[in-house]
Design a protein. Structure first.
Length: 327
């Protein structure tokens, strides 16, 4: 490839990016009270947000619907052509229809809006032409403005779909904020993703029950080693408790190695309290896995005891447990 051809390609690509960036800058400046009205319609709606649009606008609508659904606002995408052949039956009173059309004159979209209103849904139009048929049919309008497409023929939806996508994201994120949607809520809807796994609670992963190696502070070290060996999963630690079941320390494989290096095996008959690690780092069962991960990494430890609000050991989280859930 010649240098001139490479430069021409890069220049054209930069022009497209610059044009779309300028479009988004103008979009930010055009936000007004109609955006707030759209937010209120969604927050006050008793049903779902039904997103619709044809062609490229429809593809953007699918993404907006997916973002809403994953952030606490029930939503689905309704193809307008299919809607005209029976899928309008999916609509219910209290739904909010978000209809996307740059021109506001997409026949299939405009045909379903009056029926949606008759069913009892309210309508938000996202369009570049608020005075269009769609704009006039809607309860409120999210205006993307008069947009110059990045296509050299000024035809293919490019800058307009970028504007729709950005405005849809803005709508979803404002609604998310006002719903007080939390990181834990997000994790509930994303159990298989890496982010969702990090937002799991410690109680969902920790070792407990018969997998929890608990020993009394007066137990001999040799018996503690037997407990560690016979505990299912063979954890590399035992949690040392007092007579009330409260954690007083932790005894790990590292303590064993240091004892062996000292060469005095009589220590194996000593009470574990004399060699345990006192005041270990701990975590609560309701803490997030990402917090436990940070604790293990920051202090270079392989296990962290899990304590209830009374200081009693209710679980053990091992670094291997994080690897098992691909963290």
């Amino acid at each position: 490839m010649t240098t001139s051809k490479l430069e021409a390609r890069l220049a054209r690509a930069a022009e497209v990016i610059r044009l779309e960036a300028d479009t988004l800058s103008r979009l930010e400046a055009s936000l007004d009270g109609r955006f707030s009205e759209a937010v209120d319609l969604i927050l006050e709606g008793a049903g779902q947000v039904v997103v619709t649009g044809m062609g490229k606008a429809g593809l953007v609508g699918q993404k907006i619907s997916a973002t809403l659904a994953s952030t606490g606002t029930p939503s689905f995408y309704l193809h307008p052509a299919e809607a005209l052949h029976g899928d309008l039956g999916r609509l219910r009173p209290g739904d909010v229809v978000l209809a996307l059309s740059n021109s506001g004159e997409t026949a299939e979209v405009n045909a379903i809006v009056p029926v949606a209103r008759k069913i009892g849904a309210q309508v938000i139009a996202m369009t570049g032409k608020p005075a269009s048929t769609l704009g006039k049919l809607a309860d409120t309008v999210l205006e993307i403005g008069d947009i110059e497409e990045a296509c050299p023929h000024k035809l293919a939806p490019t800058a307009s779909t970028s504007a729709m996508l950005a405005l849809g994201d803005a709508l979803a994120m404002v609604v998310l904020s006002e719903r007080a949607f939390t990181r834990e809520d997000y994790a509930l809807f994303h159990p298989s993703g890496s982010l969702g796994r990090r937002l799991m609670q410690v109680r969902e992963v920790m070792r407990q029950g018969e997998e929890l190696p608990l020993v009394d502070q007066d137990a001999r070290i040799d018996s503690v080693l037997i407990t560690m060996t016979h505990t299912p999963g063979r954890p590399g630690a035992a949690l040392v408790t007092d007579g009330d079941g409260k954690l007083v320390g932790i005894f790990t494989d590292g303590h064993v190695r240091r004892m062996l290096e000292a060469g005095d095996l009589t220590h194996l008959h000593a009470p574990v309290r004399e060699f345990m690690g006192a005041e270990p780092k701990t975590i609560g069962p309701d803490a997030l896995i990402e917090e436990a991960q940070r604790l293990l990494q920051e202090f270079h430890i392989d296990q962290v005891p899990v304590l209830d609000e009374d200081g009693r050991a209710v679980g053990l989280l091992d670094v291997q447990d994080l690897l098992d859930i691909r963290i």
